[in-house]
Design a protein around this ligand. Structure first.
Ligand code: ZN
Length: 326
């Protein structure tokens, strides 16, 4: 298999799943995600992270991990915008929170590279579905100082200071490294994030796992958390634009990733140029992707990796897709 081949193939990925204690069962029941666990808290829809690799389920690379194929074939498939990263730059997850996740914070690149040997984590959450009163924790209600933050952790009063934001389907939240955050129960979301697993847990609702509380990382969290108040609207960054056969909404864009929602009603003509690969995750409905002389199905819960430089491709059907490019 030479390097030219992968550029011509759209890869369908089987995501690894995680059965964390707070997870539900919707990812397998409603999104068709294969899992042998009783619970699926997370499905890593696009992942080359060592803690969970996607496996290719179609074509000549079937059965191999995405990361294995990408490293064997060279870096051209990732696109020019990825050249500045040493490793695969992003990780995309579907997360089903039946219960509250711990309140946590991630370091930025500078701190993480120095202290953890990997990149920091900026992330974005797209609310795919949620209960009526669902909310997230997103930073602080008002500015507090470091001492107050420390005391609130030690005295178990942190929740009095955090900013609780009610969410609805279609909301998007950009969570810059250093922002305190938590997904609360009753939310199913898509997370696009830097490819990092460094998390500092600050508060865990006093829960026990195997009879013991999970470890907190208070000193590191104090080092990296921004204690300024923030404001969150959940509104996409761009307006919805009507295109030929579909509409497109820019959800969020930063120097790490650009995420759009494509609501395909009939067809969407798209292109993977040399700048970046394209990740497609189907959130609702069913479609098929046609390109060159091939096609691949894109059903709710499916994840496709379109290599940079593949050129034009077309989604046909009625399907809502999260499109991510670097
Ligand atoms: Zn996080």
């Amino acid at each position: 298999m030479n390097k030219g081949d992968i550029k011509m193939k759209i890869l369908k990925l089987t995501p690894p799943t995680k059965d964390y204690i707070w997870g539900g069962t919707r990812l397998s029941k409603e999104y068709g995600i294969l899992s042998f666990e009783d619970r699926q808290a997370e499905a890593w829809m696009l992942s080359c992270h060592e803690a969970g690799h996607c496996v290719i389920e179609n074509g000549p690379f079937k059965g191999r991990t995405l990361s294995d194929v990408l490293s064997a074939e060279g870096k051209g498939y990732l696109g020019k915008n990825c050249e500045r990263f040493e490793s695969f730059p992003i990780l995309i997850k579907l997360i089903d929170a039946l219960d509250n996740l711990s309140v946590q914070v991630h370091p930025d690149d500078a701190y993480a590279l120095e202290n953890e040997g990997e990149y920091g984590k900026t992330e974005a959450w797209y609310i795919v579905d949620c209960d009526e009163d669902a909310e997230i924790i997103y930073g602080f209600k008002k500015d507090i100082d470091g001492d107050t933050f420390r005391k609130s952790i030690e005295e178990n009063t942190l929740l009095e200071y955090v900013n609780r934001v009610k969410v609805k389907k279609g909301d998007i939240f950009f969570i810059e490294a250093g922002t305190l955050h938590a997904i609360c129960k009753g939310i199913l979301l898509a997370e696009v994030q830097q490819n990092s697993n460094t998390t500092y847990r600050v508060y865990d609702y006093g829960r026990l796992q195997n009879g013991k509380p999970r470890e907190l990382h208070i000193e590191k969290a104090l080092d990296v958390t921004s204690t300024k108040a923030i404001d969150a609207s959940g509104k996409p960054q761009g307006e919805t634009e009507k295109k030929d056969g579909y509409s497109e909404t820019l959800l969020t864009s930063c120097d790490l990733f650009t995420v759009k929602r494509l609501d395909v009603e009939e067809r969407a003509k798209l292109c993977a140029d040399e700048s970046s690969f394209v990740s497609l995750v189907a959130l609702e409905g069913n479609g098929v992707v046609m390109y060159a002389d091939s096609c691949v199905t894109l059903y709710k819960g499916d994840s496709l990796f379109v290599p940079a430089g593949l050129g034009e491709f077309e989604i046909l059907g009625e399907v809502t897709v999260l499109e991510t490019r670097v």
